[in-house]
Design a binder for this molecule. Structure first.
Ligand code: SF4
Length: 319
């Protein structure tokens, strides 16, 4: 029997996957997900259907009240806050039990939106400063899972970064399945050093120290969780050319000594072209990868720096 292909799991607001679960009985299909079919397994969720609201249904909204932010159906005045909070905790745990490596939320929704969700109050105009109830509870409980709104996925750089974070999280689950030890944690860190450096130059050192010192004498599982939470936070930083260029130069520096000097200089020249915005990153990365293949070097830190972009170069180039 042929085993089904394993893909990283990403949870997605159901309406973005074309499911007719919105208040108006419709959907808001997000076409990018069709292009990601070969790269991720999608798991849908709909908090409002989850708490038993029908489709179609009256709208709900976030309302600022003396008791804090509430999820209210304005038509009837019904308060769904408690019900949504309970469902959200259970659903968040269920998604983690399925080992999701990322989550995509529908923007603007009082249940799913991650940021700038309208919050209504009696006296003033609505303020766009809220967070959907489910997304708030999920991201509070599981801050290490990469989360994004679909609007940001339309921006290639953000989409690429999100997929790189998903790839990191997916590998973390695979390691976890085998059980964390001090050496497996060190190996995971070693594999991601350059990728982390490409987002934040100090991240490899700070996270490396955490593993070496384990200041609070945590169990290996607790230490692994603290590590991935920190690593994902660094990975959430904006991608800056100078940091990526520095990581690429380090990757060239780690090529075996038998690589001719002229070829090393050629690779550095292409990193300069990238730094000046003359060529895309993928061009210099492809050349460096080719150099690694030529000298038959399986350098793990380099591998993780490249792999996420492999995924993206096949998908995001078409966005
Ligand atoms: S935004 Fe969230 S709650 Fe609203 S329809 Fe989509 S999945 Fe359901």
């Amino acid at each position: 029997m042929v085993e089904p292909e394993y893909l990283p799991k990403v949870a997605v607001s159901a309406c973005l996957l074309g499911q007719n679960v919105r208040y108006n009985g419709g959907h808001c299909n997000f076409a990018l997900f069709d292009r990601l079919n070969n790269y991720i397994e999608k798991i849908s969720f709909c908090p409002e259907v989850g708490i038993g609201l029908g489709t179609p249904r009256p709208t709900v909204r976030l309302v600022n009240s003396p008791a804090g932010i509430r999820l209210i159906e304005p038509k009837s005045g019904e308060d769904y806050t408690q019900k949504m909070a309970e469902w959200s905790e259970l659903q968040s745990d269920a998604l983690i039990n399925q080992r999701i490596s990322g989550i995509v939320f529908k923007k603007g929704s009082p249940s799913c939106g991650l940021e700038r969700v309208k919050v209504y109050s009696e006296k003033a105009h609505p303020q766009k400063n809220g967070t959907g109830l489910f997304s708030m509870i999920f991201t509070t409980l599981y801050p290490h899972i990469p989360a994004i709104e679909e609007g940001r996925l339309s921006e290639p750089v953000q989409a690429e970064n999100f997929l790189a974070r998903v790839a990191m999280m997916d590998l973390w689950w695979k390691y976890e399945e085998r059980g964390w030890t001090r050496s497996s944690l060190q190996q995971f860190h070693g594999e991601h050093k350059l990728l982390l450096q490409s987002r934040s130059p100090n991240a490899p050192r700070i996270l490396g120290n955490l593993l070496a010192v384990n200041p609070e004498n945590k169990t290996m599982n607790e230490l692994a969780l603290e590590y991935i939470t920190g690593a994902q936070e660094y990975m959430g930083h904006n991608v800056e050319k100078r940091y990526v260029a520095a990581a690429l130069r380090r990757a060239v520096g780690r090529l075996p000594k038998n690589l001719p000097k002229s070829q090393r200089a050629y690779l550095h020249a292409w990193i300069d072209y990238y730094s000046k915005g003359l060529v895309p990153r993928i061009a210099s990365m492809a050349l460096i990868q080719q150099a690694y293949e030529m000298v038959e070097s399986e350098h793990l830190p380099w591998k993780r720096l490249f792999e996420p972009f492999n995924i993206v170069s096949g998908v995001m180039a078409k966005v």
